[in-house]
Design a protein around this ligand. Structure first.
Ligand code: ATP
Length: 306
């Protein structure tokens, strides 16, 4: 069974088409990244998954339930970490969880929940004194109440420092290892790259790519960047390298040649530089980051809208 099955989903707000014929399937047990620039339609899609808003067309099934007709069942089995949340400064972490347990009629152990998000030692402190990361982890613990089969995380690393972001990734992984499917919406590429099994990239409400990170890299021709130290580096070197077979572009970067390899092996390009242009002293290869891929998949549309 798919954890999430989105079929022909469209949502219009007046003239604005926020989601435009989206098809997407997330398998059970995946950590799935849902990526897109601002305004791409991520929040709208999530709101439809949870039946907070109704689609204009299409169907959505979550954990086997129809999101529209069985929205309550979906929400019962789904934990949500929204991008905006409210914490009561004068209540302790423990009190927050006790409140949610009561609301959901659950009887889980508060300490164990707080331990899963690593704030058990702050359980009896007022949340007003928590750091941003701790506040977010408290909301995460609240989302874990009721042992959800699906976690929907909307921008879970925004505003966290690198340590906080890493810790959040570890917590996400641990929850996934317990069997929970994670649907992770973000425009923080590093987070997604480090933790997700597969990612979908959406832009202007449409799916532009869905694959593993490696698969996305393979699918784009300009997969790799070479940094090459050469004996002679000037404008003419750059022009000649840029005209070599398989080279997408060339430039000077920190005293080295930066060469984007398009559709040839990087070694063939290195050999050609060495044989035809100038001798190669040293080189390094940089795999394109998800950030590069993301820009490549979405930049044309953004230029149009700029
Ligand atoms: N209630 C609404 N009324 C009118 N337009 C809306 C409404 N909600 C969203 N939109 C529009 O729909 C489009 C998609 O918005 P959405 O919030 O889903 O994008 P997003 O990918 O979540 O963006 P962000 O990363 O900025 O949160 C945008 O053009 C937005 O302005």
């Amino acid at each position: 069974m798919a954890a999430i099955d989105i079929d022909g989903l469209t949502k219009q707000f007046g003239d604005v088409v926020a989601v435009d014929g989206l098809d997407l399937r997330v398998e059970e047990g995946e950590i799935f990244g849902f990526l897109g620039p601002n305004g791409a339609g991520k929040s709208t899609t999530i709101d439809i998954l949870l039946d907070f808003i109704r689609p204009t067309a299409g169907t959505v099934t979550v954990l086997g339930y129809d999101a529209q007709r069985e929205g309550e069942a979906v929400r019962r089995k789904t934990g949500v970490l929204p991008d905006a949340y409210h914490i009561y400064d004068r209540l302790t972490g423990r009190q927050h969880l006790e409140f949610v347990l009561e609301m959901k009629d659950a009887d889980e152990d508060v300490n164990a929940l707080l331990e899963r998000v690593r704030i058990a030692d702050a359980a009896d402190r007022k949340a007003g004194g928590y750091s941003k990361g701790m506040r977010q982890r408290l909301v995460f613990a609240m989302a874990l109440v009721g042992d959800p089969d699906l976690l929907v995380l909307d921008e879970p690393s925004t505003g966290l420092d690198p340590n906080g972001a890493r810790e959040m990734r570890e917590i996400i992984r641990e929850e996934n290892e317990r069997g929970t499917t994670v649907f992770f919406s973000s425009h923080v590429m590093e987070q997604v790259e480090a933790v997700c099994d597969r990612v979908a990239i959406i832009n202007r409400g449409q799916l532009v790519a869905v694959d593993t990170i490696d698969g996305l890299r393979d699918a784009t021709e300009t997969g790799e960047v070479l940094y090459v130290s050469v004996s002679e580096l000037n404008g003419s070197t750059v022009d000649r390298v840029a005209n070599l077979n398989g080279v997408g572009s060339a430039s000077i970067d920190n005293g080295r040649l930066r060469v984007v390899v398009d559709d040839a092996s990087k070694f063939a390009v290195l050999q050609a530089i060495d044989a035809d242009v100038t001798s190669v002293r040293d080189f390094s290869v940089v795999e394109s980051s998800l950030e590069d891929l993301f820009v490549r998949y979405t930049e044309d549309e953004q230029e149009v809208s700029a």
